[in-house]
Structures are given as C-alpha cells and as structure tokens.
Design a protein. Structure first.
Length: 542
RNA sequence: GGGCCCGUAGCUCAAUGGAUAGAGCAUCAGCCUUCUAAGCUGAGGGUUAGUGGUUCGACCCCACUCGGGCUCACCA
C-alpha cells in the first residue's frame, strides 16, 4: 500500500515543484476512520511555503492520479493530514500474494549479496550461562535472523578466551576442590569460583584419575577439563534455545598467528603508542577519546584491548560488509576504544554496529538477586528454561527494546507460565491449524475466487495487518530491533482472535467460508514466519 | 564527579515529532449444545518523575532538577 502511494507522489512531483524534495512519510493511522494510510507532508511543508497546510493538502490531492480500483477515497483531515482509503479488491489481492510467497513472505532483498558477522554471547568458559547471558544470546540470534530475512548472509560468531588469569583461577579452583575431595584440609580462597559445578568437575577427574593428579599443575588437566566441561554445558544451553554459532573464535589464535605482535608493531610505526611506567600505552586521547589506555602491561602481558582490536581487524579481513557486536552495558565503555583504533587504521567503522543491551534484574522471593559468576550467586539460563520453556525465554528477552532494563520476576515466570503472552501468539497459530484440520474432513477448501466477500471490519483489519509484515521486517532490518516483531505478532494474533469469535467458517455460505479459509491460511503463514524470525515454535496443537 | 541507558496505569512494558497515550498481568462484570474459553466483550485505573524551552503540534527534541542501573583498571 505504501509503495503504491509513494509511486503516486513520485509522479505528482513532476507537477508540483515543492514535492520534489519533500520527505513523504506515510503512516498507518490508529483509527479506522482515518483511512488505511495517512500522510502528513502538507503539515511539514506549511512552514517553508508559508501556506495553510489544508490548502497544500488540497493541491497535492488534485495532482495525484490514483487508479479508482485501488484507491477509493482521498480526504483532508484534521490540521492537514491526507488520508487514503484502499478498495476491498486491492486488499483482497494481499491474501493471494501471501499465499504465493508462503514461507518467503516478508523477506526482503535489502541486504542481498551482503555478508554479516554477528558476534554474541562470547562468554568465557568459566561457568554456566546466566540469565544475563540469556538476553545477549536471544537478542543476538534474533538480530542474525532479522539480517537473514533481509537477504543477508550471516555468520553467528562466539569469541572466547581460554587463557589468562581467569582461566588460571578456574583451573586452580577445580584443583582445590579436587584436593578437598581427597580429604585434604584446604582453604578455598574467597575470590575463587564458588559454584557447585566446580566440585562436579573435580569429582569427574577424581573418578577418572583417582588421586594421581595430586601434583598436577592447575593449568594442566584441571583447567583443560574445566574448559571442556563448561563449554559443553554452554553449548547445550544454547542448543536448547535453538542457537548455534557457526564460528567459535579463540582469542589465542590471534597470538599464534602473530597478530598481536603485528598490531603492536603497527601502532609503534604509526606513532600511536608510547612507553610509560614500563607499560605500552595507546594514544587514544589523540584519536578523540577521553584518555590514553594501556595495551601492554608492565608484566609484558597485553590488556584485553589489544586482542580486541586485532580480533576486529580479522572481521574486516574476512570480508564482512556488516559487523554487529552485541554486549551488555558493562562493556559500553570499552568499544569506543576499539572503534577509534580501527578507524585510525583505516577501516570503515560505518560497517560496524555495536548493540548494547541493559542489564537483567532478577527478582526472586521478593528481592533483587545480585548476580556474580565468581560468587556463584546467580540463576542460570538452564534453570530459567527448566522453570518455563525455551519459547517463553526467547519471547521474554525479545519482547523488550535492548535499551531498557529488564526486570525478570522468576516467581512470576514460574507461576504464570500458562498465562504468558507467548501462548497468545502460539494459540492463534494452533487454532488456525485446528480449523484447517476440521475443514479438511468436509467439502470446504481455501479459495481465492470470492475474496471480495471479505468485507467485515474484523476481516479487513486482519488483511491490512498481514500486509504490514513485510514492512515490519524491513524496519527491523534497519534498526536491528526484534522487539517490534513481537509487538506486531501480538497485534496480529489479537486481530485473529477477534476475527475468530465473530466470523465463522464452518456453517457460513460456501463462497464466504472458502474465502475466509484463504484469509486464515494467509494469517497462519504470517504468524509462522514471524514466530520463526524471533525464534519461537509455531505449534500445530496446544 | 564525567560518560551511556532508563523513569509512562497497582505491576511488566508499548507508542518515526502527529489525530482520543495503548497492550498484557492484576481487580471487577459478562460470554462456551456450533471451527480449541491458552479465547472474546465491557468497566475501573494516567498531571507520561518535575520545571522551563523549541513549534502548527512534544511521551518523543533541547536545558536544568530529582530518582534508578551500568561504567570510568597495568580485570575481561
């Protein structure tokens, strides 16, 4: 519909000078009485033209030349809106279009031929994924889906570090528990990993090796086993949410390939780094950031910043057109350093998009749970999935904009799982499946021959809504925001449920029944497609 | 103290600078001999944290104030 009106305006611009550069913003009005599409261009032009907006609107309408079979009415309303009314015949064609495109309906070519890298989760293997990681995981995967629906080829990437201090502490934590299991009276350091899973890993080693690891280096078997067990656990959790990364990028390979040293040399050659107090500093203040930062400690060990930059260089070298990073607000202060360095090195940082999501606050037993992996004071993503189900978890995390804090009331999630809004969407799909099953046993089948019989408000609204899906996906592709898709699906499901209570199929006159069946089949397609973008299942029965 | 995010119905959240600020949950009142009642209909509930400003028009943009989260390492 919008496309059609934009074409009308493009033609009219040949007749009216001021329409040439005017931005044509089209809107779907909230009230049916305001038409199917509204345009406020006259209001915007009024200032520059020093004319009454209603008068401008009149001139514009006079210059538009719509097909009477498509547009039945154009009117000026309120302060100067132009409202367009589409014919039922044009709307009916939407059903046919959806049916023909089927599982491709909603897809766009916006990023056709482009390659994207979406990096998300990227938790180091020091413990199970928590609810906080869950938000990152779900949003990241949905962003990847959205890019795919817009024609992009997408790699889902997980960046991790299995060396360094954290992992040393992890290995030693396991060793301490191991010795403890052997009956030794050891003191478990407070800043070590307190989680129960550490003891489980130690027990596994004890079963397998007995007491032969008493003198084993914590960085040896202990660290190795911890990493493999924890990583398997993380992958298992992600798998439950239907999330699979295609690339696991090990920070260590940056060292092995000499990229860290190479980058260090490059910074040195370009005069971007200097030595002070035994450390190497990057001149970030000269690149527009607040202050210089250490990239190599006086111990000779690089800080995370250096490999981070080297890592992102590989993303450019690997030929991605679009580079998306997703992380929590605790990392918000670090990415400007990476961006500044990349820009200085000549990489097009316009290709990069860093998405920051705010924290998840867990409410349990009436209080806030302060999360800390180290202190083992957290709720794991697995627990959350156990209490609810993967669809609810995905829905919950997708349903909010990433800029907002997310309050997750665990008790409520457990107790009200049956009344979660996600069922509302899935139930709409299941209901349609049920109708189709029932109808298959009768003489009825969907037909597009009499779609003009669909004239009730409940039918018209539903048709207009399924039409909007393409636009919703395109917009999501632009701002990489999956929450709008959830919102759309709720509206679509709501319109369907209302249609369902008022418009019967079985028992209606045959032509009408078959037209309604066609409509309902189209709604099913859009629901299924939409649910798949946000990563939810579309159950046939509930 | 500086930077980023947030503040909307009792609760969780929506609303490209547009027309009467909307959903879900919770509360109350109705609707199942007919395609799934995990549904539908209706009611109550708001000074959009506050004060100014910008303009035809502000929940949205700007300034300040108040309140909350994150962050400002030779930790990642």
């Amino acid at each position: 519909m919008k496309k059609y009106i934009l074409e009308l305006f493009a033609k009219a611009a040949n007749k009216i000078e001021y329409l040439k550069d005017a931005p044509i913003i089209l809107d779907v009005p909230k009230a049916d009485s305001h038409g199917d599409i509204a345009c406020n261009v006259a209001l915007g032009l009024s200032r520059a033209l020093k004319k009454n907006p209603r008068q401008i609107a009149e001139e514009i309408i006079a210059s538009l030349d719509p097909d009477a079979n498509v547009i039945t009415k154009m009117e000026i309303a309120g302060p100067g809106f132009i409202n367009f009314f589409f014919s039922p015949g044009y709307l009916a064609r939407i059903i046919t279009e959806v049916t023909e495109k089927d599982s491709d309906f909603g897809k766009s070519d916006r990023y056709k031929g482009k390659k994207a890298n979406v990096e998300f989760v990227s938790a180091n293997p020091t413990g199970p994924l928590t609810v906080g990681h869950g938000r990152n995981a779900v949003v990241g995967d949905t962003v990847a889906n959205i890019l795919e629906w817009n024609g992009c080829e997408v790699d889902r990437e997980y960046y991790f570090n299995n060396a360094g201090r954290q992992m040393r502490v992890l290995g030693d934590s396991v060793k301490h528990r191991y010795l403890e299991l052997l009956g030794e009276d050891i003191k478990f350091p407070e800043d070590y990993y307190q989680g129960e899973y550490i003891t489980d890993i130690a027990r596994g080693l004890l079963d397998e090796y007995g007491d032969s690891l008493r003198d084993e280096d914590p960085e040896g078997k202990f660290r190795e086993r911890a990493e493999s067990v924890i990583f398997a656990d993380i992958r298992g959790t992600l798998e439950r949410l239907n999330i699979r990364h295609s690339v696991f990028y090990n920070e260590n390979s940056l060292y092995e390939e000499g990229r860290i040293q190479g980058l260090l040399d490059l910074f040195n050659e370009r005069g971007l780094s200097y030595h002070k107090d035994g450390a190497v500093w990057l001149k970030l203040s000269e690149l527009g950031n607040e202050q210089d930062k250490v990239i190599v400690k006086s111990t000779g060990e690089p800080t995370y910043r250096l490999p981070d930059i080297a890592y992102h260089v590989t993303k450019y070298e690997r030929g991605y057109d679009r580079i998306v990073d997703l992380f929590g607000s605790d990392h918000a202060a670090t990415y400007p350093d990476v961006l500044a360095a990349l820009k200085e090195l000549g990489y097009d940082t316009e290709k990069m998009k860093v998405l920051i999501h705010q924290f998840v606050t867990i409410l349990k037993d009436g209080g806030i749970v302060k999360m800390s992996t180290r202190k083992a004071n957290y709720i794991t993503l697995d627990e959350l999935i156990d209490w609810t189900n993967p669809d609810i978890v995905r829905y919950y995390f997708n349903n909010r904009t990433i800029n907002s804090h997310l309050n997750f009331d665990v008790d409520l999630a457990k107790k009200q799982s049956d009344e979660n809004p996600v069922f509302y969407l899935q139930y709409a799909h299941a209901r349609i499946c049920s109708i189709i099953r029932t109808v298959n046993e009768q003489e009825l089948k969907a037909s597009h021959d009499h779609l003009d019989l669909l004239v009730r408000d409940e039918e018209i609204r539903l048709i207009k809504k399924i039409h909007q899906f393409e636009e919703v996906i395109a917009e999501a592709g632009e701002n990489l925001d999956g929450s709008k898709i959830c919102l759309y699906l709720e509206e679509l499901a709501g319109l369907f449920h209302r249609f369902y209570t008022v418009c019967r199929i079985i028992g209606s006159e045959k032509n009408l029944a078959e037209a309604r069946l066609a409509l309902v089949a189209a709604v099913k397609i859009v629901l299924r497609n939409g649910l798949s973008v946000v990563g939810l299942s579309a159950p046939e029965r509930m």
